[in-house]
Design a protein around this ligand. Structure first.
Ligand SMILES: Cc1ncc(C[n+]2csc(CCO)c2C)c(N)n1
Length: 225
């Protein structure tokens, strides 16, 4: 892998085995890359993803509540800001150009895969501590970072705006910042050898399950083809 987002992510990624490959090399992703993804599937994904981001913003806000350091708070607050004030704008713009207005996005009925994923993450945070929440949030952040880094910024239409959002230096820096914060959060709570902590298996389980839910999310997108 050419990108590095910290040792916590590297360990969790390795522990997720095949699920990680299924997520980051999904047919939906390959279709974005070579431009063969049907437009209807992309729009179906984008409408669902708008609602997804609403709930992910809520989950990152919970991260603020569960933080133990100002640095953790800064990363969570920055992510909420990026999500609600910037990342969602891409969805709104793209959908507006296709005649789908923001009211339609906000009130879209969630597909079961979407609902399952966001509520799973939220519950991981409500039930557990900051690390439980971060383990469930991590696949989303680093997976899109890894996909963006692999696809690169040199793409033709139709999906270059989407790809560039995640391939660009700005998002890659976000992933590095979150990775650094996550390493510090783990060291603070579990010490220098976190994999030997009795909590590690549970954190790995949260990460792997969230990764599987990302796979389902892509497959749900393809259903719109
Ligand atoms: C299904 C789905 N999974 C992941 C992302 C990417 N993503 C979601 S929240 C967030 C902000 C963290 O910095 C990022 C990058 C997405 N859009 N949709």
């Amino acid at each position: 892998m050419s990108v590095s987002y910290g040792k916590t992510f590297a360990s969790l990624r390795a522990g997720a085995d095949q699920a990680w490959e299924d997520y980051t090399r999904h047919a939906f992703v390959e279709g974005l890359c070579d431009g063969t993804l049907p437009r209807t599937a992309f729009l179906h994904y984008l409408v669902q993803d708008y609602v997804f981001l609403i709930h992910f913003s809520r989950a990152w806000s919970l991260g603020l509540v569960k933080s133990e350091t100002l640095d953790e708070m800064k990363v969570c607050a920055g992510t909420v800001d990026a999500l609600v004030n910037h990342e969602m704008a891409l969805h709104v713009q793209t959908c507006a150009a296709e005649g789908i207005d923001e009211e339609t996005l906000f009130t879209a009925a969630e597909e079961a895969e979407n609902l399952a994923y966001t509520r799973y993450v939220m519950d991981a945070g409500l039930q557990g501590d900051f690390l439980d929440l971060m383990a469930a949030l991590a696949p989303c952040v680093f997976g899109y970072g890894e996909i963006g880094a692999r696809l690169g910024t040199d793409h033709a239409e139709p999906y270059k705006d989407w790809i560039n959002t995640y391939a660009g230096a700005e998002y890659q820096e976000v992933c590095e910042t979150v990775g650094t914060m996550l390493d510090a959060a783990v060291a603070r709570r579990l010490g220098d050898d976190p994999q030997s902590s009795p909590r590690w298996a549970h954190l790995q389980n949260r990460f792997t399950r969230a990764t599987e839910l990302e796979v389902s999310f892509w497959s749900m997108g393809l259903r719109g083809a």
